[in-house]
Design a protein around this ligand. Structure first.
Ligand code: FAD
Length: 497
């Protein structure tokens, strides 16, 4: 029976495990930590539950299709509801917009609250939809490093919207062409942070991102984001995948130009295929030290990281929802701090995620679990202790002013996550959340492919490789690996009866 070894049980590794098991491989997943999920894990602080990393869930059909692929009914494993409104946006001037799931209602709200023409909002979302539909099949769903991709009719679709893609303008410039209200431009620019990029550098192409949230929708999984990983691990185990925890891979083993397996401190695992869900930079540096590394790819600028304050708040805030954004006064300065000066501005945009709004059991009665996040640079040796202390103060000052309360007095539980911890817990290079950034118009082509062209049998999935970071793209990376992997020498798993 063909064997596949997967390094890492992040969402990309788990989804790849499911796909390879369905394809007939005997799959072993080796995970350095004592549990699965990687960035997508959960923890409790007293009576408060927190999703440690991702909080926004889009494109749920990519999870459903894994269950369907294995012949299961997704609803028996994993359910979710559409969020409406999706996000509450607050500006320092006191304005407030509820981003409704329904595009017309959202456009009406933007007109009412900010004076932005309703039609302009609808046109912007329609354009985002058009660009996504024109490009996704080529740029997200297939390897960009295989000739077949360029011979497919999908390329014609992508070429037909080339002039609209904004390849030569920045995302911010594209948004300015459509809107004069700086607040609405800020709202649209913020979508660059969904893959850790800077709207003042990233190409206008990134304006396909609002389509995912506003046209397809944002969802809340029952049990929290962690339920995505947990339900897929359950499925994978039913398909015979073996998960081994506290099993850190130290080397990928090769003979001539083919992988043969991996080595951990306690054992050797043979594999016809090895799939690395570990960040691609340490995969080359630590697991393949004697092989030449694709330096240009590995040296692409990293995406942003995050500083998170997990706060158990002993009060309830009816004006807040699951996703809340408190914007900075000067967005450009904020991004210059992150990407140019490698530090954090004194007035950062603050994101507050409160899952107890959707799932009351996540906090004691009358209290809320606040996941308070600020975008920060990836780790390059900054003084994180000082930056964390300064930013905590800045966040409190901002929230106090914008909510008209004294937040610090309400904090009864606290934990902090910084880029150093993200790096040490998941091996993500520099603690970057999304691998390399998209601040360069060639970024999509400069991400590492999902396979090695030098070592036969070596594949890559997860947020540091094509098509990029974030839950949906990690799931797509698994899909591409599943399609690229050769047929297993065994009959595939029979669909569930
Ligand atoms: P990772 O989660 O990076 O996991 C890799 C796994 O490999 C880890 O478990 C690690 O321990 C293991 N590993 C590493 N090296 C070895 C080794 N040598 N041997 C064995 N195991 C090893 N995405 C969204 O879609 N929406 C969001 O709202 C969002 N917000 C985010 C907020 C934060 C704070 C963070 C951290 C991330 C966020 N993301 C978000 C990004 C998203 O979480 C990631 O893109 C995704 O979870 C990464 O999955 P992955 O498959 O790349 O694996």
């Amino acid at each position: 029976m063909s064997k596949a070894v997967i390094i890492g049980a992040g969402i990309g590794g788990i989804a790849t495990a499911v796909r390879l098991a369905v394809k007939g491989y005997h799959v072993t997943v080796l995970e350095a930590n004592n549990t699965f999920g990687g960035k997508m894990h959960e923890f409790w602080l007293g009576g408060y539950r927190f999703d440690a990393g991702p909080s926004l869930f889009t494109m749920p059909h990519l999870v459903d299709e894994l269950f369907a692929l294995a012949g299961r009914d997704p609803k028996e494993y994993f359910t979710y509801t559409r969020l409406n409104p999706i996000t509450h946006y607050f500006w320092p001037d006191g304005s407030h917009v509820k981003a409704y799931a329904d595009a017309t209602k959202f456009a009406e709200e933007a007109e009412r609250q900010l004076g932005v023409p309703k039609k302009a909002v609808q046109d912007a979302l329609a354009k985002s939809n058009r660009l996504y539909k024109g490009t996704a099949d080529t740029f997200l769903k297939k390897s960009l490093h295989k000739l077949d991709t360029y011979l497919s009719p999908d390329v014609l679709k992508a070429l037909s919207c080339l002039s609209d893609l904004g390849l030569t303008t920045t995302m911010h410039e594209e948004n300015l062409k459509q809107f004069s209200d700086p607040r609405f431009v800020q709202l649209l620019d913020r979508f660059a942070t969904y893959n850790g990029s800077d709207p003042y550098q990233a190409p206008g192409t990134l304006n396909i991102i609002p389509h995912l949230e506003h046209n397809i929708g944002a969802f809340y999984p029952k049990g929290g984001i962690y339920a995505i990983a947990a339900s897929l691990v359950k499925l994978a185990e039913e398909l015979g995948v073996e998960f081994r925890y506290n099993e850190k891979v130290n080397r990928i083993l090769t003979t001539k130009s083919k992988v043969t397996g991996v080595e951990t401190s306690s054992s050797t695992y043979e594999g016809d295929l090895v799939v690395s869900n570990m960040d691609v930079v340490p995969t080359y540096r630590r697991l393949l030290p004697n092989h030449s590394a694709p330096e240009k790819t590995l040296q692409q600028p990293r995406s942003s990281s995050a500083l998170i304050f997990y706060w158990g708040i002993k009060q309830s805030f009816p004006q807040l929802h699951v996703h809340n954004i408190f914007f900075s006064q000067n967005y450009k300065t904020e991004f210059e701090h992150i990407f140019k000066h490698k530090t954090i501005s004194a007035d950062p945009t603050v994101y507050v995620n409160i899952t107890s709004k959707a799932e009351p059991g996540d906090a004691p009665r009358g209290s809320e679990n606040w996941f308070v996040m600020v975008n920060v640079p990836h780790n390059q040796g900054q003084n994180w202790e000082q930056l964390t202390a300064d930013t905590r103060q800045a966040v409190l000052i901002k929230l106090n002013a914008m909510l008209g309360t004294k937040v610090e007095a309400l904090i009864e539980e606290e934990q902090i996550l910084d880029p150093l911890l993200i790096e040490s817990r998941t091996s993500s290079f520099g603690g970057a959340l999304y691998g390399s950034s998209s601040n360069n118009r060639m970024a999509a082509f400069l991400r590492h492919p999902n396979f090695s062209s030098k070592l036969k049998g070596l594949y890559f999935c997860g947020g540091s490789v094509h098509p990029g970071g974030g839950i949906p793209l990690c799931l797509l990376s698994a899909k591409i690996v599943g399609e690229l992997a050769p047929a297993a020498v065994a009959s595939p798993v029979k669909p569930f009866q």
